[in-house]
Design a protein around this ligand. Structure first.
Ligand SMILES: Cc1cc2nc3c(=O)[nH]c(=O)nc-3n(C[C@H](O)[C@H](O)[C@H](O)COP(=O)(O)OP(=O)(O)OC[C@H]3O[C@@H](n4cnc5c(N)ncnc54)[C@H](O)[C@@H]3O)c2cc1C
Ligand SMILES: NC(=O)c1ccc[n+]([C@@H]2O[C@H](COP(=O)([O-])OP(=O)(O)OC[C@H]3O[C@@H](n4cnc5c(N)ncnc54)[C@H](O)[C@@H]3O)[C@@H](O)[C@H]2O)c1
Length: 450
């Protein structure tokens, strides 16, 4: 039996669902497939559950910052099992709600692993499906590691579902996942260690602010080892024995849990893209700027599984999914606009960025005015007792426009959105400063940062 559609979307995460809904709303006959319960990484195994767990950590940290300032935090602690229940209260209903919403929009929701059989058809559980268009929106998975004992690592999905948080946790890799999880674990009573092979963790963020964050993390009980190579992991009765090498010296460390935070790669295994003549590499499906496969005109890709200039982030997956849908519907070649996409690492406090790093602006020959403020003593941070906060804004002197903004501080993951908007709308700092913010809010600090 063969079933035919205008569009088959593979992957019911952010990118896939955005595209499926848009095409169905224009009258297309659409099917969407997922191998796992509907919802994708962000809602079920990423952004949303992570930030629910972080809420517990924020409360502990906020109380500690107010020690001796009117808050007696003695006895305050995270009950991990209850916090997990709180997380499940959000995540558990997602798959059914999402599927109901898709079917309500007239979309066929299918379950299983999709595999291409030729340029315009796939096979799933013995049924053949053909379509005039396909969207590959299959997301990403942890990058395979090759040191002996790598199989002992658990991934971010397992960490976000732990029934108990063990005392000694190693996070392999010094990126988003390790920093965010280490900041949660430290406030939940564990002793986290992050090992990064490079000298500069969180490489995509401003190095001066990253160093401040690392010091703040050390004070919270997080150990960071840089320029360190893991040469092997073994399981023993007392825990995981991790062999490391740094500056030619070897050492053995012992942990109760070892977590993968060493990068992610496009999830394309099992799709048999070669059967469909779809070119791909570890960064994803090779696409033109308008998200159509470079080698199979029936296929588009969006989100983490597409090799695009966009970062592997939820908002990027959503707008790429919409742009791909629009191009499929209208046979156009519109290109996603990646200007002014902000990103935040949800450590405590959070680290945020939009636009260029200082080094990139200088490499590009832009005459930048670097406006750096240590905001730790400012009213907003005094109020909460936060000791570590700073802003670095990069302004193009010739145009008076923000070309990069880097923030570290409580609620700065919200503040970065103003700067992202300024970049998107091409506002001058003069225009931005003309905004009146409610007072006292973190937003009202922006004028002084500028
Ligand atoms: C721990 C963690 C925390 C994160 N936190 C943030 C954050 O705070 N903010 C942010 O912006 N981003 C965050 N991200 C990144 C964000 O989650 C992703 O960029 C986003 O979810 C990508 O969406 P997507 O639609 O491309 O893929 P996904 O949401 O991953 O969806 C892909 C879907 O495809 C399915 N699939 C794969 N292969 C097949 C197949 N062959 N057949 C059928 N189905 C298949 C999968 O089961 C999956 O459901 C985080 C990621 C992780 C791992
Ligand atoms: N807040 C957010 O938006 C958020 C949160 C989590 C994840 N994400 C997304 O998920 C992606 C993956 O996150 P991630 O933290 O796994 O990767 P990452 O790319 O942020 O960081 C990986 C780090 O691991 C290091 N590394 C790689 N191999 C190593 C090894 N063998 N030993 C030691 N260190 C090693 C790298 O040098 C790098 O510093 C991110 O790029 C991000 O786009 C976003």
């Amino acid at each position: 039996m063969t079933r035919s559609y205008d569009l088959i979307v593979i992957g019911a995460g952010m990118a896939g669902v955005a595209a499926a809904n848009k095409c169905a709303s224009q009258g297309w006959n659409v099917a969407i497939i997922d191998a796992l319960p509907y919802g994708g990484t962000c809602a079920l195994r990423g952004c949303d559950p992570k930030k629910i767990l972080r809420r517990g950590a924020e409360i502990i940290d906020s109380a500690r910052l107010m020690r001796g300032k009117g808050i007696d935090e003695g006895g305050l602690s995270i009950n991990w099992a209850d916090l997990m229940k709180h997380k499940h209260g959000f995540t558990d209903p997602v798959p059914q709600n999402m599927e109901d919403s898709l079917t309500g929009n007239g979309i066929d929701t299918l379950h299983g692993v999709a595999r291409f059989t030729d340029e315009k058809s796939i096979e799933m559980d013995g049924t053949r499906y053909e379509a005039t268009h396909f969207l590959i929106a299959t997301g990403a998975r942890p990058r395979p590691l090759d040191f002996p004992g790598h199989e002992h690592l658990v991934d971010s999905t397992v960490f976000l579902d732990l029934e108990l948080l063990p005392p000694r946790i190693l996070f392999v890799g010094g990126g988003f996942i390790s920093f965010e999880f280490a900041h949660i674990s430290a406030r939940a009573g564990s002793t986290p260690t992050i090992i990064d092979r490079g000298a500069r963790p969180l490489k995509g963020f401003d190095p001066d602010l990253v160093e401040l964050l690392i010091t703040r993390g050390t004070d919270a009980g997080i150990e960071l080892q840089r320029s360190t190579t893991i040469t092997g992991i073994e399981n023993s009765e007392s825990g995981y024995q991790v062999r490391i090498e740094r500056s030619g010296q070897s050492e053995n460390l012992e942990f109760d849990l070892v977590v993968h935070g060493a990068g992610r790669t496009a999830e394309l295994a099992g799709l048999d893209l070669d059967a469909a003549g779809v070119a791909w590499d570890e960064h994803g499906v090779r696409v033109e700027a308008h998200l159509q496969s470079t080698t199979n005109r029936a296929v588009y890709a969006a989100g983490d599984s597409a090799n695009t200039p966009g970062m592997p982030l939820t908002p990027v997956a959503v707008f790429e999914g919409k742009v791909a849908a629009s191009n499929m519907l209208k046979a156009t070649t519109a290109v996603p606009d990646y200007v002014g996409v902000p990103t935040a690492v949800f450590t405590i406090p959070e680290l945020a960025r939009v636009g260029m790093l200082e080094e990139d602006a200088k490499d590009q020959g832009i005459d930048v005015d670097v406006r750096y403020s240590d905001t730790s003593g400012w009213y907003s941070n005094y109020r909460t007792g936060e000791t570590t906060a700073a802003a670095k804004l990069l302004i193009d002197r010739s145009s008076d426009r923000v070309v990069g903004a880097h923030l570290l501080g409580p609620e700065y993951g919200e503040l970065i959105n103003f700067l992202a908007l300024a970049m998107k709308l091409d506002l001058t700092t003069r225009q931005l400063k003309s905004m009146t913010a409610a007072y006292p809010t973190v937003g009202s600090d922006l004028g002084s940062m500028l």
